[in-house]
Design a protein around this ligand. Sequence first.
Ligand SMILES: Nc1nc2c(ncn2[C@@H]2O[C@H](COP(=O)(O)OP(=O)(O)OP(=O)(O)O)[C@@H](O)[C@H]2O)c(=O)[nH]1
Ligand SMILES: [Mg+2]
Length: 301
Amino acid sequence: MTRAGFIALIGEPNAGKSTLLNRMVGAKVSIVTHKVQTTRARIRGVAIEGEAQLVFVDTPGLFKPRRRLDRAMVAAAWGGASDADVVVLLVEANRGITEGVENILEGLGDVTRGRTVALAINKIDRVKSEALLGLAKDLNEKFEFAETFMISAEKGHGVDAMRQWLAGQLPEGPWLYPEDQIADLPMRMIAAEITREKLTLRLHQELPYQLTVETEQWEERKDGSARIDQIIYVMRDGHKGIVLGNKGETIKAVSKAAREELEEFLGRRIHLFLQVKVRPNWLEESERYSEMGLDFKDGNT
Ligand SMILES: Nc1nc2c(ncn2[C@@H]2O[C@H](COP(=O)(O)OP(=O)(O)OP(=O)(O)O)[C@@H](O)[C@H]2O)c(=O)[nH]1
Ligand SMILES: [Mg+2]
């Protein structure tokens, strides 16, 4: 008897959703940074636990949206929660019940409508254990969670027990993906995400939120390597200069780091070519959204 189903990971930006997805899958499928709003679309990663296939759905953080992109991201996150068999709300142990968490709890009942919702208090490595029980109790008073887990997605504490429990919650049925598949995301998108991660880690302030990366071309070569051409869209001339860096050193470092990670992921040689283009209005272009895996119309006010 096999089981299979979707498990949506939701929470505030930076809660550790992508870290948890990668931990569950055992490979880096979704990009992670210390900055908020890293993940922009739904990303599926597949894990196996006994006879069950768990399809984890990483979602963008839930926050108060300002721009079209923000609204599309938040809609994608709630959409992930409403489509899933099981929803896991991640709350940061060290931040507790913030206004953002309160807002999520308010919307959660309507979206999940009686489906199983579990609570994962994450980053327990950052707090004293005495504080955790109080937080768990307070959260369970605000919402009827089916189960509460105390985890560290980064260090791996509590994650195996959670995976086992989740496996038992999924409906009986055939597996949804071949058993060796770990992600459901086109390779060209994974490649663009890896570059965006390296950019986000290197660039400061608002810049990571004002750029997007697209894989333009992917050419297989006879020697087994591949040539990948990507475009980094920025909004202003000044931003282009910052992305390139003094004598091109920033873009060179980004390109090197992204290429190395891609080579490891794909297990072969990659030639990565990055180009920066100024596109003042990219945040209002529907094609940019479909490339990201978002619905442009979700951004309408
Ligand atoms: N100390 C500690 N840090 C963690 C843990 N889990 C995640 N982090 C860190 O928290 C930061 C955010 O992690 P992400 O996985 O990108 O968070 P996210 O919820 O996907 O964030 P968005 O995509 O922006 O919504 C990163 O710096 C992680 O390394 C944990 O268990 N302990
Ligand atoms: Mg994320």
